[in-house]
Design a protein around this ligand. Structure first.
Ligand SMILES: Cc1cc2nc3c(=O)[nH]c(=O)nc-3n(C[C@H](O)[C@H](O)[C@H](O)COP(=O)(O)OP(=O)(O)OC[C@H]3O[C@@H](n4cnc5c(N)ncnc54)[C@H](O)[C@@H]3O)c2cc1C
Length: 375
């Protein structure tokens, strides 16, 4: 039997879990290579807790290079920059190319950029919450500058779960120590739309009690020194953190792979590319054409098990199995003050015990992996 080469592009949730599975049950007849720009990948479910000071960076980062060592896979540090899907070659920065029999893509997503993002004169900092490493380093630098600034208006763009959690975590981290900091949560539509009304109301109460100014239904454009609504009203800011909906980072644009209208990989029910069946995609990068589902970590986690089975089946010459997305998923929002809100379907719970429940679930997830962090 000839050895097959499987290349894993990106160390997102799905690939980390796949490697964890390979420790217990290796893939016979396969050589597995992981390509990742960093040795450590963040678990974003704990990011609001990290911002709020509830966790240290090494508690919420998975050590990918160690996972590779334990599972007998090769770890290659590099950014996937180009894919030639017709010739099955993945290239990383620095020019190294990998010929693969099967490729799996789990490179996550970035926040959407608002209108006006291209202009060079922004008059303020604009930073995405992802890549997480870049965001954390910006936050550390900001804390060094804040003691000498009389005031600092910080905006968070995006009214979904990530934006809500991040603004509350920033409030917890910054506002008591630096009274000149004011916070704004801005976005199109309403706060946490798609979540139950009770969740929206609870989050609204937290924002009000903690003096965070909420700007709903604002189709914001970046203008020098702030964000402008469609009606021409400007919210003046010193910095804005993007927690907007997911977009791909664009490295697959000329790959020849079938992509959806946003640029994510279009996959069939077995998580295989609709144009190139030797390519899988998982996590935020995958758009399941038959049943599109939200881009969130809970789905990335579920993709891992299907990916694992399908790679084994292909190696054994068996048929791939289908992924069936769950209809509802549990959402747990960290309010960053020791409390959390949880909801599944129409059921909503809130309070300190919900934070402890979330903490327990997050710890249980992270305990599966070697952890660590480097700046
Ligand atoms: C603040 C915040 C809180 C969130 N909380 C939750 C939550 O509680 N529950 C939930 O379900 N979802 C949550 N999400 C959403 C969640 O972050 C994403 O859906 C999830 O991370 C997607 O996982 P993934 O496996 O696709 O990729 P990710 O976990 O994002 O990982 C992608 C990996 O690919 C690497 N990479 C990127 N580009 C390349 C490249 N070109 N080449 C090689 N490697 C590359 C990155 O370095 C990273 O290691 C949250 C998001 C944010 C911003």
């Amino acid at each position: 039997m000839t050895t097959k080469t499987i290349v894993l592009a990106g160390g997102g949730h799905a690939h980390a879990l796949l490697l964890h599975q390979l420790i217990r049950k290796p893939l016979p007849g396969a050589q597995v290579v992981m390509v990742s720009p960093d040795r450590y990948t963040p678990y974003s479910g704990m990011l609001p807790g990290l911002i709020a000071g509830q966790y240290q960076p090494n508690e919420m980062h998975i050590n990918l290079s160690e996972l590779c060592r334990l599972s007998g896979c090769e770890f290659v540090q590099g950014h996937a920059v180009k894919l030639d899907a017709d010739n099955a070659i993945l290239s990383i920065d620095g020019g190294r190319g990998f010929h693969y029999d099967w490729l799996s893509i789990n490179t996550g997503s970035l926040p959407q950029s608002p209108a006006g993002f291209e202009q060079s004169d922004r008059g303020m900092t604009v930073i995405g919450v992802k890549p997480v490493k870049q965001f954390l380093s910006w936050l550390d630098d900001l804390e060094v500058q804040l003691p000498v600034l009389p005031s600092f208006a910080l905006g968070v763009l995006g009214l979904g779960a990530a934006g809500t959690e991040v603004v509350l975590a920033l409030e917890h981290r910054l506002c008591q120590r630096f009274p000149g900091v004011s916070l704004h949560l801005v976005g199109a539509g309403g706060l946490l739309s798609g979540h139950p009304l009770a969740v929206q109301q609870y989050a609204r109460e937290h924002l009000t009690a903690r003096h965070i100014k909420l700007h709903e239904n604002v189709q914001a454009s970046l203008v020098p020194g702030g964000l402008q609504s469609g009606q021409g009203k400007t919210i003046f800011l010193n910095a804005v953190v993007l927690c907007t909906s997911a977009r791909p980072d664009g490295w697959l644009r000329n790959s020849g792979l079938a992509l959806d209208e946003q640029g994510f990989v279009s996959v069939d029910n077995a998580l295989r590319s609709r144009s190139h069946p030797n390519v899988f995609a998982a996590g935020d990068m995958a758009t399941l054409v038959s049943q599109p589902h939200p881009k969130s970590g809970v789905y990335a986690v579920r993709h891992a098990a299907v990916l694992d089975v399908n790679l084994r089946h292909l190696l054994m010459g068996k048929r791939a199995i289908d992924y069936k997305p769950q209809r509802q998923s549990l959402a747990l929002l960290n309010m960053a003050d020791g409390r959390a809100i949880g909801s599944r379907g129409a059921v909503t719970v809130a309070g300190r015990w919900v934070w402890h429940w979330k903490h327990w679930l997050d710890q249980r997830f992270m305990k599966q992996f070697p952890r660590g962090f480097e700046r």
